[in-house]
Design a protein around this ligand. Sequence first.
Ligand code: TPP
Ligand code: MG
Length: 553
Amino acid sequence: MTQPVAEILAETLDRHGVDCIYCVPGESFLPLTNALRDRPHIKLVVCRHEGGAGFMAVSHARVRGEPGVCLVSRGPGAMNAAIAFHVAYHDAEPVVFLIGQAERDELNRLALQEMNYSKTFSDTAKAVIEVIHPENIAEDTARAFHLAQSGTPGPVALILPEDLLYGQADAEAADPRKKSRPAGSPEELAEALELLRKAERPIVIAGGRLHGQGLADLQTFAEEFALPVATPQRRFHVFDSRHPNAGGRLPNRANRALLDELKTSDLVLVIGERMLPSMTQNFSFPKAPVADQPFIHVWPDAGEVGRAYAPTLGIASDPKLFLRAMLDAGPGEVPASRPAWVEKLNGLHRKNMAWQGKSSNDGLVFGNVIAAIDRHMTGTAVVTCDAGNFSSWMAQYLNMGPGNMFVGATVGAMGPGVPSAVAAGICSPGRQVVAFVGDGGVLMTGNELATGVQYGVPIKLFIADNSAYGTIRMHQARSFPGRGYAIDLQNPDFVKWGESFGAKGVLIETEAECEEKVAQAMAHDGPVVIHCKISLDHISPSATISGIEESTR
Ligand SMILES: Cc1ncc(C[n+]2csc(CCOP(=O)(O)OP(=O)(O)O)c2C)c(N)n1
Ligand SMILES: [Mg+2]
């Protein structure tokens, strides 16, 4: 049947279960906007910057465990969204970017806002699919969703020439393609089981590809097999930090005592995460390319399990299927020493997470705020986080578990904090949404607070203001002590800034105020911006800038 191309596209998106599209409108895809107007059950979230829209789509993918969709204009819009491609690629998040393109008969002349997307995104997209034939619109769209989700998930660009969207096609909308769920072979699973049964000091490091039932199975697996479970950078919700099998957190530059202990383990099982720097203490634990101990890697992509590392056993499997197989086989007899090993690691973990209270004469130590939030955060809160050293306080002191969701870019991009929180509130309504940003990151993409207010997201936005790009100052202290440079920030009044968006503004300057002001902010039923004037010297739970510079003298 002949019908408008834009209708076929909108219907195909609908059939793929798309119910939120994060966009900045563009003149290059008006027929699609028009077709979506008749489908109000697909929320077209209008954002303020394509970087924000892209980060929202990435956050949607993480929170929901299904593809995020971002719709941006050609050329300039696509370039603004580029940071989200990079994050989705490194974080293995399935995101379909719908991007406009110049009219087909003008291509190659350097038409208005024309771009060669295949060249531009050759290093940050799994695929760039330019729709050339109107009859292929549904097929190409289904292909984009399929590629974004299969193997190692990631971003896919679907390029939509303007004239094509205005045309008609003799085609039908398409359904999602069936997904193959890779699982380990019987031999691989038997070998994994044997290694897991006989290890005296195993450690499981569990990552972000575990969702829903997979998270529940992970906990049962840890309990039944007497295994400690550590959580890597930006994946802290995956295992309950209060559980007796919690084996520690491994943010970048993890606690030294914990790491020293983990390095004595006789088996490392990494499940549901790729072996990237954020997962591996920058390739030092497990050691790349060959670990110091037997090492099992479970990830749903055969090309990836032996790419950065040469594991003892690489299993290309959906991590959930691997856990199911282990639970079905059961632990058998594990060494009697295992519970004591779990207890030892858990003891170190608890010690690390216990907030001792600290103060400074150059501002609030951010741990005080985190300790207060810990008392008021719900078990289903979504926590989002930007990049910067302020996040190390939360990584160390904020408890969370599988009912929560932690959203942050493992690649360390600044900017996702606010947009991720906005998307979380939109795609998973009813949950508490707590966002953490620095005074640097907040002015990169914090304008999306306007989107949050417009869509009624009661975001609790904590701004850790040390009047500096503090992380860079810390690195300067290490490499060029006493020579801090190009890091000072003169900031606006963030309370007034928040209020101007329609949020409630709260200022926290002293330890004494933390409990009451945090309680007040968390209890408020609308958006709140909490401006925390924090110490620059106390740059992380384990270091001060003055201490670092002192030690280099
Ligand atoms: C998009 C982007 N630009 C620059 C950097 C480099 N960078 C990493 S942390 C940081 C400073 C962050 O400052 P702020 O948000 O104030 O947090 P703080 O380090 O002070 O806690 C910078 C500039 C980055 N990671 N991402
Ligand atoms: Mg700062």
